[in-house]
Design a protein around this ligand. Structure first.
Ligand SMILES: NC(=O)c1ccc[n+]([C@@H]2O[C@H](COP(=O)([O-])OP(=O)(O)OC[C@H]3O[C@@H](n4cnc5c(N)ncnc54)[C@H](OP(=O)(O)O)[C@@H]3O)[C@@H](O)[C@H]2O)c1
Length: 275
């Protein structure tokens, strides 16, 4: 399958991450175009990605196979107003906008194949996790095109739309949980007397190593943790403290709160669109 032509509508941080990933995956830069809304952003995005940026929505959309919507959820309605008359039913629309339901795109872009996706920022190093769901008009060919674009920057999984708020809370928001853990662990390491550079190195490689082990091992996280926790040992002391302090319950509340926020963004998008 040859690479589809791609327009990235809204070249901010996620848009640029995807654009750069497509180039790393073998897309010719001429087969990608970025839509921006400020001249200064256009120059900046072109400098970062070596891909042409335009301020003209019609030029960005016309003739591209896949249209990736990468504006903030609050800007989706305005963008759809700009491109609604130009998008044709043979184009595949892939939205990355958190919480914005498929129906918003389907009613603005009648007959279009819509795919709603939730990526995450490790896509910047081709280790992204993207979950996506299919709209009513997305057939297997459209899904294959969407998957090809999304899989350029990591793993993908197709799920039903009702699960995407949970996905947002787990893998979309997930990198921030890990970065917070890294910050907290580094601070604790420094308080135990380790020099800053050593603390950072220990923490980063430990997170990287544990993640790699977890991803290649056929053992569960529970099993791997049990194997490093001997009764009365140092890990057991730390685990006891975390369990006692409510770590699990806190994690659950954090995920629930992110999922709730995602649902609220969806409701706001529906209200904005008069749905
Ligand atoms: N970042 C993440 O971790 C992440 C993860 C999963 C999903 N997402 C989703 O990805 C989308 C983008 O997020 P982001 O973090 O990349 O936001 P961002 O950095 O603010 O990028 C959005 C870009 O879209 C531009 N824009 C807005 N309306 C436009 C229009 N009508 N025409 C052309 N350009 C327009 C903005 O221009 P200005 O520069 O002028 O504001 C900005 O550069 C969001 O919907 C978010 O939910 C993000």
């Amino acid at each position: 399958m040859t690479h589809p032509t791609v327009a990235i509508l809204g070249a901010g941080s996620m848009g640029e991450i995807l654009a750069e990933g497509l180039v790393r995956a073998g897309w010719e830069t001429e087969n990608i175009i970025l839509l921006v809304r400020r001249e200064e952003r256009a120059r900046e995005a072109e400098r970062h990605t070596a891909i042409r940026a335009t301020l003209d929505p019609v030029e960005a959309v016309t003739g591209r196979d896949v249209l990736v919507i990468a504006v903030k959820p609050k800007d989706v309605e305005h963008l759809l107003g700009q491109i609604g008359d130009v998008v044709t039913p043979d184009q595949v629309v892939v939205s990355l906008a958190a919480g914005v339901p498929v129906e918003i795109f389907e009613s603005a872009l009648e007959g279009s194949a819509v795919v709603r996706a939730m990526p995450n920022t490790p896509a910047a190093v081709d280790e992204g996790m993207t979950a996506y769901c299919a709209g009513d008009h997305a057939d297997s060919d459209s899904l294959a095109l969407a998957n090809m674009v999304l899989a350029a920057v990591g793993e993908t999984i197709q799920l039903s739309e009702d699960l995407l708020d949970a996905v947002t809370a787990v893998s979309g928001t997930g990198p921030a949980y890990v970065f917070l853990l890294a910050e907290a662990l580094t601070e604790a390491a420094i308080r135990e007397g380790l020099p800053h550079h050593a603390a950072e190195k220990l923490v980063i490689q430990t997170l990287r190593g544990a993640g790699a082990l977890l991803s290649v091992s056929d053992k569960s996280a529970f099993r791997l943790r049990a194997e490093v926790t001997s009764p009365g040992g140092t890990t057991a002391a730390a685990m006891h403290m975390l369990e006692d302090g409510g770590f699990r319950a806190l994690m659950e509340r954090a995920v629930r709160s992110a999922a709730q926020r995602s649902r609220e963004l969806g409701d706001m998008a529906r209200e904005q669109a008069g749905k």
